[in-house]
Structure formats: C-alpha cells, structure tokens
Design a binder for this molecule. Structure first.
Ligand code: NAP
Ligand code: MG
Length: 504
C-alpha cells in the first residue's frame, strides 16, 4: 500500500478552485465500481510542471485485468442489458457522455493540464471539447451501422446478406500526450458498435480516464461495459494483450511497443489496430505564402510541446525560399516562452517527465554532433518542472538521426531541398508515414505531391488539423488501421455473411 494517503481529485484541484467532483484516484474501475488493486499496490502520478506528486493511482496486476475482462465479457453476453439495448438508446448514451464531458469541461481541462503539463489554453480549447465532439460524432452511428444484400451468382435462388456485429471485448491502450482525446477516439466508436471495453491509460496520465469512468455511471452505461485498469505497460498492458478473453487490441503509442503487441497478440489471434509514431515532413515550396507557412510550421512542431505523433518535425524548405521562410520561423520561435501550464496565456507547457526531457535534450547534442546547428533554443528552462526551449536545428540533412528518429518534443529539424523531385524523395525517405504538409500556391503541384507522399494524412496549405469524421492513421511503421470517421466502424465490427436457400 502507498505510504501517503491517496488524495481525491478534490484535493488535487483544491489549489485551483473548489471542485464538484468526488471521483476515486487510487482505485481501478471494474464492473461499474471503483475498487482497489488486488495487490493493494499504488503508484504516483506527477505534475510535470512542478515534479510534484499529484496523487496515487492503483496498479492493476494480471488478476485485476482478468476481473476487468470477465466483467466486460459478462456485459457482452447476448442477454445483457447492453446487448439488448436498441441502437437508438446506445446513441442517446453516447450523446449523454458528450454532454457530461462538456458539463465538466473546466474540471477535466484542469486535470488534463495538471497531469500532462500541457497549457490549459490547449486542454480547454482542444483536448476536452474535441473529446466531447468525438462522442457526439459517434452518437450518430449506432442507428446507421448496416449490412448489405449481396447479389447471388452461385446458382439457384438464395438470399445473401451481411450483418455488422460488435467484435466483443476490446482492450484499448493509450498514450500520455492527449489522454482524454485518445480515450474518445477509441471508446466512442467501440461503444457505438456495441462492444465492451477494458481501457489502460498511460501510467503518466490516468486522471481524466478515471474521471470519465465516473461519468459513464452518470450516463447510465451498464456495469462492465467500460472498465479502466491503471498501471504499467509491461505488466498491466501486457496482461491485456496476453488475455484470451480480449478479442481486439487497439493501441496508440511507440513503434517498439506496437511490434511487441503484434507478436504477443498473434498467440491468441486478436484483432490489432496500431497508431504509432511519426517523423512527418512539412514541405515548404518557394512559391508558397512563406509568412503563413512559417507561422503554421511553428504550430505544427511546437503545439503540445511537440509531443505529437503528427508533429511536422522535418521542415523541408526549398532553397529559393529558405532565407525568407527562416527569418520568420527563427524570429517567432525565439519569442515563444514556456510558462505555468495553468496560466491562460501560456502557449508552451512542460514535457511529460524528467526522463523524457532528458531524452529530448539528448537529441540537441546528437544533432550538434552530426553537424547541425542550433538556430534557436536548445536549453532546458529552469530546474523546477520539465520545461524546454522551443528548438530549431538548421543544417540538417535527412540522413541524420535528428531527421530519422522521432524526438517527440519541441525540436524542429530544418532541411533544405533543391527541387520538387528531391523534396518528395527525401520526404518519403523515412521509416514513418503518418502525416505530411505541403505549402505551395501551385494547385497542380500540391495535388501531385499529395499523391506521391506516403502518409495517412496530407495537409495542403495547412497543418495538424484532424476531424472526427476524417480517417486517421499511418503508412509504413506509423501503423495500420484507420481511426475516426466511418473507418473506425470497420475497426470495431465483424462482418457476418448469412446465406438463405430460397429454392423450391
Ligand atoms: P508507449 O511507451 O508505446 O506507451 C503507449 C501505451 O502503451 C502506454 O499506455 C503504455 O503504458 C503502454 N505499454 C507500454 N509497454 C507495453 C507493453 N509491453 N504491452 C502493452 N502495453 C504497453 O508510448 P508513449 O511513450 O506513451 O507515447 C509516445 C509514442 O506514442 C510516440 O512514439 C508517439 O508517436 C506515439 N503516438 C502515436 C499516435 C498516433 O495516433 N499514431 C498518437 C499519440 C502518440 P505505460 O505508459 O504505463 O508504460
Ligand atoms: Mg502526470
């Protein structure tokens, strides 16, 4: 057991303002109840802006995962209230969840900022409202998930049709960079399709998932349909991937863990969908509106401290436009200051942990060692919390480690290119293929490059936008399967073909 008493969310938020909520950190959420881990073990979640412990969280072991899977399995029985519920009522519940996220948006934003170190400006304007919108979007789906009738060409008379059925118990494992938003991307479509869920948030950021668990009770989601097991990847997460009672694993995180999950899931032939890392090219042609391109490039790499899978971390600039583009980029990057994430004016917060800060900082040294120069930033800020200056590396070539490896922090690698052919070739010269941006005034060139770039999302004269209706996912090592939009309905359903003989 933890030596320090487990704080409630009320305690965590007390420093800011009296909170209405009374949820239960320090507990797992299994079968509609907050319960201790069987082992009684807990671990701390920290505030990256101060390095201080926020509260203690229950550490789920294999036994707890098993209980959660059993609850989810029972909730998936054909006779269960969840399975007997009409699509219309499922739809209403999803909408209710969206309403509850909105009604508690201020508290959820504060929890997200405390747990991740991201600016409250971002959690209150993006993370939390976008999570609510995701539930609203999928609230429309339960009544629209249909099969097809198939023309019978096999001879004789037959009726052939398909049914779209939920897969069953879905294990969902999410990262720390957009905790509630990543939860929404996975939970909303899975529930829309009628599945049940065991969710594992990242060890660093479990608070909003636990608060969301309370909201599912308020929304009337039947016990066992949604479960949260907090804990560590190699234990809690691995126990989920091993468990024969889980039918599908949906994972967002690193390439390394994604590969490990595929290997383990093969033993039980679980369905797997993976959203992995990126090293997304941001291709700036000399004929673009260079001022706008430079401003957006900053958002593309420094939003969420660069802790974004889609970060435009390789900025390719055509030689002819280099000086003009870079003078805006350097000037603006140098003016960005990190600050208290809870201050409404802060636009750059803290990195997730001391280890991560160290790892990100090490790439500045690696870049220098490879011959790149630090045009802006490159230093840690202060000694309290995990803040780092927005950093721009120039003189980078695409073969350097700082251009090939995902840094997942506020470090942009700027690479010059001579012409379209070279730009596209080097943009594609990467293990990853999550996203790409293209800046040009030439519409033909924009579309030609969009076709040539191997990436799951391509932005033309914009960057970093997503929409709940637009499919999202990766090429190459960035994973497979598409989340959001109609595509996620495929991820969370099985297709059954039914043959009916109509002869004689
Ligand atoms: P990570 O280490 O791969 O962790 C992601 C999740 O997997 C966490 O919940 C983690 O648990 C869990 N996990 C770790 N080892 C596991 C194992 N052996 N079996 C099962 N689960 C395991 O990644 P991260 O450092 O949290 O996140 C950063 C990475 O995520 C980056 O590479 C980034 O590109 C990627 N990402 C991708 C997308 C996308 O949509 N493509 C979105 C966001 C982030 P613990 O945290 O408890 O260890
Ligand atoms: Mg934390």
């Amino acid at each position: 057991m933890a030596e320090t008493p487990t704080a409630t969310f009320t305690d965590i938020l007390a420093a800011i303002k009296p909170a209405k909520a009374n949820p239960k950190p320090g507990k797992l959420f299994i079968n509609g109840e907050f319960v201790d881990a069987r082992s009684g073990k807990t671990f701390a979640t920290m505030n990256p802006a101060t390095g201080e412990v926020l509260t203690n969280i229950a550490e789920a072991g294999a036994e707890d995962v098993d209980l959660a899977v059993k609850a989810a399995r029972a909730a998936f029985e054909e006779s269960s209230p969840w399975r007997k519920m009409t699509p219309r009522d499922r739809s209403r519940m999803l909408w209710k969840l969206a309403d509850l996220i909105r009604a508690n948006a201020e508290e959820l934003s504060e929890l997200e900022t405390l747990d991740t170190g991201k600016p409250i400006f971002e959690s209150s304007r993006f993370d939390i409202p976008l999570a609510a919108e995701c539930f609203e979007y999928y609230a429309g789906w339960p009544t629209k998930i249909t099969g097809e009738t198939i023309p019978n060409t096999a001879g004789g008379e037959a009726l052939v049709y398909t049914l779209r059925e939920p897969i069953g118990v879905c294990g969902q494992i999410i990262p720390w960079n957009f905790p509630l938003q990543m939860l929404a991307w996975k939970v909303a479509p899975a529930l829309a399709c009628g599945n049940t869920i065991v969710l594992k948030p990242a060890e660093q950021t479990p608070l909003t998932a636990l608060r969301f668990a309370e909201l599912t009770l308020e929304a009337g989601i039947p016990a066992g349909v949604f479960n949260v097991v907090t804990g560590f990847g190699p234990t809690t997460g691995a126990a989920m991937v091993e468990h024969p009672g889980i039918d599908k694993i949906a994972f967002t995180g690193s390439v390394e863990v994604g590969k490990e999950i595929m290997r383990t899931a093969a033993k039980t032939l679980k369905r797997v969908s993976l959203e992995l890392g990126g090293k997304s090219p941001n291709l700036v042609f000399a004929d673009a509106d260079l001022d706008t391109a430079a401003k957006y490039a900053l958002g593309g790499i420094f939003f969420n401290q660069g802790e974004m899978c889609t970060a435009g971390s390789r900025i390719f600039v055509e030689e002819k436009g280099y000086d003009e583009f870079m003078s805006v980029l350097r000037g603006r990057a140098a003016k960005m200051v990190a600050g208290d994430p809870l201050h409404p004016k802060t636009r750059l917060g803290a990195l997730i942990s001391a280890e991560h800060l160290e790892r990100v900082m090490s790439y500045v040294a690696i870049g220098r060692g490879e011959g790149a120069s630090v045009a802006v930033g490159g230093e840690r800020i202060g000694s309290r919390g995990y803040f780092m200056q927005p950093t721009v590396l120039e003189g980078v070539t695409n073969s350097m480690r700082v251009a090939q490896e995902e840094i997942f922090g506020p470090v942009a690698s700027v690479i010059k290119f001579a012409d379209l052919e070279e730009g596209v070739r080097e943009a594609n010269n990467s293990e990853f293929g999550l996203a790409a941006a293209i800046w040009t005034r030439d519409i033909k060139k924009a579309h030609r490059v969009a076709r040539s770039v191997k990436a799951g999302t391509v932005w033309i004269n914009t960057i970093s936008t997503t929409d709940n209706a637009a499919p999202f996912g990766g090429y190459k090592s960035s994973g497979f399967g598409r989340e959001l939009g109609r595509a996620a309905i495929d991820l969370y359903t099985e297709t059954k073909t039914v043959w009916v003989d109509l002869n004689g």
